[in-house]
Design a protein around this ligand. Structure first.
Ligand SMILES: *Cc1c(COP(=O)(O)O)cnc(C)c1O
Length: 395
């Protein structure tokens, strides 16, 4: 029996869209010249990179020469933190970030703290996952050299007040970086209006290829080179360019921007339908993240008396790909740091489910998943001694 695949894990990665693939293909075996070479044939590769850089810059209101290609979101985050710290450590050693960042930021900050003498402030968030701009301002010291706050959270979908935080950073003359891996292509971004100095993004989160990302670096920002070698990426990130990846990324960014309004409208309708049905039809459930200021494709719900892992395995039997807030899959027993930061008790964090939909997710898919989940949750609860006790106490 062929089971239908219902992919609701688009925050983990997305399908490379056929148009993106088509744009990439010639750059593997026909137009394979090294963009640094001087003959006409290689010029084709160079032009293709220039075009992609422009396509991406256009989405951000940036200049072409402010886009630096990397091998993905993690590299961009590492670069922004480590190289800013290196460049500015004579000015100060303090970095402000938050407790809900992706590990590419958190683990880099911890490295700088443990090995390089940085002082890091990890800001708390409120119960919906919002960073308070006034907390950012209060954390600033004369030593502060960088503020890094993600634009939208990858687990609970909360969209942060980036413009307000950017204004504070600008007022105090401090560099502002944002991890926009989940936000880019999903919500409008303008680097000038939001006072962003550096921004990370990744191709495979926006229907582009894996292994390609960029760091936007505002002209004039002092930051060290990340990879030393050839003169690629204005001498800041050496290595022969991933030409097909870059071409695909540019195409994906353009397509995401063009389709944003209509696509997100469809996604929001399906998202809200899912949230509505899950909360109203499954008792003892709770939405994580803000109800409205959230990514168009993110649903994150906790079910009491449930182990997230079991839920995922049972969904998988029906061809449903989802993700949970319990980190057992990653070899740790601790629940997600994001769910902890919004104040969920361990046992509720362990019973959380993240569904991240795409423009291809239909209302029928949504209904199928809710129907299955109702059975799965009831089934798992019927085997839970905790639930049994709870029901008895309720009388
Ligand atoms: C996926 C993700 C990253 C890492 O990007 P890669 O390209 O997979 O290295 C960083 N930050 C956020 C918020 C992400 O969702």
């Amino acid at each position: 029996m062929d089971k239908k695949l219902i992919y609701m894990d688009n925050a983990a990665t997305t399908k490379t869209s056929p148009k993106v693939l088509e744009a990439m293909l010639p750059y593997f075996s026909e137009l394979y010249g090294n963009p640094s070479s001087i003959y006409d044939f290689a010029g084709k590769s160079k032009e293709a990179i220039m075009k992609a850089r422009q396509q991406i810059a256009d989405v951000l209101g940036a200049k072409r020469e402010e886009i630096y290609f990397t091998a993905g979101g993690s590299e961009s985050d590492n670069w922004a933190l480590k190289a800013t710290f290196e460049a500015l450590k004579d000015k100060g050693n303090h970095i402000i970030t938050t407790k809900i960042e992706h590990h590419a930021i958190l683990h880099t900050a911890e490295y700088l703290e443990k090995e390089r003498g940085a002082k890091i402030t990890y800001l708390n968030v409120d119960e919906n996952g919002f960073v308070r701009p006034e907390d950012v301002e209060k954390a600033i010291t004369p030593e502060t050299i960088l503020i890094s706050v993600m634009m939208a959270n990858n687990e609970i979908g909360t969209i942060e007040p980036i413009r307000e935080i950017g204004e504070i950073a600008k007022k105090h003359g401090i560099l502002f970086h944002t991890d926009a891996v989940q936000a880019f292509g999903q919500i409008p971004i303008h680097v000038d209006e939001m006072h962003i100095d550096m921004l990370s993004s990744s191709g495979h989160k926006i229907n582009g290829p894996k292994g390609i990302g960029f760091l936007y670096i505002r002209k004039g920002v002092k930051i060290r080179s990340f990879v030393h070698g050839g003169a690629q990426e204005r001498k800041r990130r050496a290595g022969t360019e991933n030409v097909p990846g870059i071409v695909g990324y540019g195409e994906a960014a353009m397509l995401a921007a063009e389709s944003m309004e209509e696509r997100t409208k469809t996604e929001i309708a399906v998202r809200d339908h899912l949230i509505e049905r899950l909360l109203s039809e499954i008792p003892y459930s709770k939405l994580n993240g803000d109800r409205t200021t959230r990514l168009p494709n993110n649903i994150n719900v906790s079910f009491q008396f449930i182990e997230g892992e079991s839920m995922l395995l049972m969904l998988d039997r029906f061809g449903v790909c989802a993700s949970s807030g319990s980190a057992c899959t990653s070899g740790s027993l601790d629940p997600s740091h994001v769910l902890m930061a919004i104040g969920l008790p361990h046992e509720i964090a362990h019973g959380s489910l993240r569904l991240t939909i795409s423009q291809e997710t239909t209302m029928e898919d949504a209904d199928f998943v809710v129907d299955k989940l109702k059975d799965i949750v009831a089934n798992l609860r019927s085997m839970s001694p905790l639930y049994e006790d709870f029901v008895k106490k309720q009388g």
